[in-house]
Write a protein of this length. Structure first.
Lengths: 258, 251
């Protein structure tokens, strides 16, 4: 009976959470549609959430591209398909690694920051103060962060793609003596503009997930400093899980097994 | 017969399993300072949140100028909130904005006033609480008493008809407590509006209150002027005002 109760509670909790996020998304989209946007704050969030994440995204992507090339280049040359390494690195980077890695890094850095900031505002009654002044927290706080991540995450993914490919090319040359000309030619033959666009579309969806989960976690904080800690951890864990699941679904739908 | 600006009518409210308010009825007289007293955790601050429409009751009605908040959308409640201000216990200033920007926020967001006029109104509001020199300071740079006064400035900047003060003197030294009590009376006179004050500080309540309501076990059990409350024969009121451990209030 207890196990059944637990399943029931878990199910209700899941739907309550999903409903809450959906309501927050709907409210935020409503403000965006009516152009009730705080442009200055959105710009400031673009800097805080996007520009300040650039270095960590670049480092992560560079080393991932290098590792991928390191693992595959020598073997590819042994099997006589060294000319395909560039394509393999670029294909993986543009379709999966660029959008995913940048999203996971930003979820860890910015999803946590959003949840912690909004959670602290709940605990110190600042959110209630906003409502008391007739200001909707969704418009005042969520919309700028949501728009900032929708704009900045695809840009970060482009940087991640480029750096990952360049890192892969360097290692392919250094380890397996694959020339940069061959590498770039393979990249051009394998990756199309459509792949880049699909990767960027994924980034936009990931940006929405990170902003909404972080904001919802923050705004539903209960119980003081401990509550802020729980909300922050939850924001990172839930965003990352949601990113992986959504990535699989999108890859299936966008690429259809190709 | 004094006119009533706000009314809690038979209001009930629970937090989880805990009953906070049970059939609670309270009239807020227009133009007066009404102080709500009661034990810690009795639900006094909840009364302010009900009056500001921040929380709907589980049962009963909340009326502001005869309009029931319980049947309004958030947009309609926001129109009512333009005439009501809540001053929070710990000021609740946005810590990313300066004191001046905090006080200017309701004006910038809710009125079409030009920036120069907003700045003048904000400086006047800060001046009336003795804080015009803190315009560019961040809230983290102010003391507890100054924060509360900055919160008052934000609460009065829209010239509301009803100001709700949540524990304005809690945790302050006697001099600042006296200063803030005096300020609440002065601000009410200046704005010509109504105030509801939640407080435990009896000395300060006796200084400012026109009416006192005592909340006990979820309901208003006594209501009257300061003198009427002091003369009350209700043993709960007597015990609370006397600060005695002995009596019907369970410790």
């Amino acid at each position: 009976m207890k196990a059944l109760e637990k399943i029931g509670r878990g199910t209700i909790g899941f739907f309550e959470y999903a409903g809450g996020i959906t309501a927050l998304a709907g409210e935020s989209v409503g403000f965006v549609a009516r152009l009730r946007i705080r442009y200055g704050e959105t710009l400031s969030q673009c800097y805080l959430l996007g520009v300040q994440s650039l270095i960590i995204v670049l480092l992560t992507s560079l080393f991932t591209g290098m590792v991928f090339s390191l693992e595959s280049a020598e073997q590819a040359v042994q099997y006589g398909v060294g000319s395909l390494v560039g394509g393999a690195v670029a294909y993986t980077s543009v379709r999966e690694l660029g959008p995913m890695l940048s999203a996971v890094v930003v979820a860890g850095r910015c999803g946590a920051a959003i949840a912690a900031e909004l959670g602290s505002m709940v605990v110190t009654e600042q959110i209630e103060a906003l409502r008391s002044m007739g200001l909707a927290p969704a418009r005042f706080l969520v919309v700028p962060r949501l728009l900032a991540l929708i704009i900045m995450l695809p840009l970060l993914a482009i940087f991640a793609d480029v750096v990952s490919i360049v890192g892969g090319m360097w290692i392919a040359g250094a380890v397996a003596h694959i020339g940069s000309g061959d590498f770039i030619s393979s990249v051009r033959q394998t990756v199309g503009f459509e792949d880049v666009l699909k990767g960027l579309f994924k980034s936009i969806v990931f940006g929405v997930i990170i902003a909404l989960v972080g904001a919802y976690q923050g705004l539903s904080t209960r119980g003081g400093a401990a509550g802020v800690g729980k909300a922050t951890t939850g924001a990172v864990v839930i965003s990352i899980i949601a990113i992986f699941i959504t990535n699989f679904i999108m890859s299936y739908l966008l690429y259809g097994g190709n | 017969m004094p006119s009533v600006i706000a009314r809690l009518d038979d209001v009930s409210l629970c937090y989880g399993d805990k009953i906070v308010l049970k059939n609670c009825t309270l009239d807020i007289v227009e133009g007066a300072i009404t102080c709500v007293i009661g034990l810690s955790g009795a639900g006094k601050s909840t009364i302010l949140r009900l009056l500001d429409g921040l929380r709907p009751p589980d049962g009963g009605h909340v009326y502001i100028r005869g309009r029931d908040l319980c049947h309004m959308t958030e947009t309609d409640i926001n129109k009512i909130r333009a005439k009501i201000s809540l001053s929070f216990q710990f000021a609740a200033l946005l810590d990313s904005l300066s004191v001046g920007e905090n006080v200017a926020l309701p004006l910038r967001e809710n009125t079409p006033l030009p920036e120069a006029e907003i700045k003048q109104i904000v400086l006047d509001a800060l001046d009336s609480v003795g804080l015009s020199h803190t315009y560019d300071n961040l809230p983290s740079e102010l003391s507890g008493g100054m924060l509360k006064r900055a919160g008052f400035a934000r609460a009065i900047v829209m010239r509301p008809e009803l100001v709700l003060y949540d524990e304005p003197t809690t945790g302050l030294d006697p001099i600042v407590t006296h200063l803030i009590t005096d300020m609440i009376v002065r601000l009410r006179r200046k704005l010509g509006g109504t105030a509801v004050v939640i407080s435990h500080d009896l000395q300060s309540i006796f200084m400012m209150a026109d009416y006192v309501a005592m909340l006990f076990e979820g309901a208003i059990i006594a209501y009257g002027t300061v003198e009427e409350m002091k003369r009350s024969l209700n043993p709960i009121v007597q015990q609370f005002l006397g600060g005695s451990e002995v009596g019907p209030i369970p410790i």
